[in-house]
Design a protein around this ligand. Sequence first.
Ligand code: SOE
Length: 419
Amino acid sequence: MGTGFLWNSHAPDVTRQLPGARGFAVIPALQTKNLLTHMAKKTLNIGLVGYGFMGRTHAHAYHNAAQFFDLPLTPVLKAVCGRDGAKAKAFADNWGATIVETDWRKLIANKDIDAIDIVTPNDSHAEIAIAAAKAGKMVLCEKPLSLDGKQGAEMVKVIEKSKVPNTVWYNYRRVPAVTLAKQIIDSGKLGKIFHYRANFLQDWTISADLPQGGAGLWRLDAKAAGSGVTGDLLAHCIDTAIWLNGPLTDVTAMTETFIKKRKHTGTGKMQEVKIDDACTFMGHFANGSLALFESTRYARGHKALYTLEINGENGSIRWDLHDLHRLQYFDYRDEGIVRGWRSVHVTDGDQPYMKNWWVPGLQIGYAETFTHQVADFVRAVGEGKPCHPTFRDALETQYVCDAVLASAKSGKWVKCKHA
Ligand code: SOE
């Protein structure tokens, strides 16, 4: 049952327990790897806390990861936990999970569970993650990491002290076209970077009749969400930007809340809306390039349009979530008469993740980004390596969000703290 690994990434020879044994027989990492390939694969048992939309994306990923990727352990969604027992059971039955809990503490106490995956509203991430790490469980946490940087720093402190494998679900890094952008940028093809710009546009909260609080709509309740589009959508853009272009140093921002009062589902009363409906910010990256970011839930016609563009001295890259399998690439060094934007259809076996899917030309989508994260996490666990973005990586994003919100409040430039 479970992996039986001993987590200690700081051990010089990365020693682990014998797979499947809960005793303390310790063998070197390489031997473990060989053993793993020659033995029936052990499972990595997941306990999922929460069962909403994000829960479905994660469950789908656990279901598929070992079918498409050769992994040292087989991830198994073993348990589902949620306040509404009937809904948790229905979710568990649908995905083949055999344990149902209504109290996440019981889930954490269950010895058969190796990893806790948190897909609850943002205000409960910290408490669950900290308890799970203290109990020695691996932790996977839905984005954003926390309500703010202070809380995130506390989570990082505990998770690193507990030395448990951890990751935060900033899934867009694992769109093959975005991963390819990372490879192109890291190869130096773009040369010196001048600009990075990103948008995340939606339109689902324009109606004033929409309440705050409750399933899905907790995103409109500042107490549950921490912030509005900054933590929900710009956090994705910031995570990808830091990954592709390095840290941000300072920002200047403005936010707007278009609908000032909404009925709260908890109290039944009209209450002030304290989240940001829209946020625009500019900033500097440490590499000297300029940042321009915008997010709103009031861009009529846009459902979930995440776009990013990066301009360097030799070339540029552009990507768009509505056409996620394509990477637009411009290389100034191409021969003049054919120079122009190329639209790279990222479906070939030599492009990131794609050899594990269909045949060249056939594309994958949003759901598979989560499958990639599960596959990368399980591989990292097998190798005793971190799976990025780790809690610490996600804290860096959280600090940028804090700086953005502080700047919008003060009207001043704000320096970003670093994780
Ligand atoms: C909000 O509508 C939302 O579901 C975010 O919470 C997700 O993180 C984003 O990927 C899509 O939009």
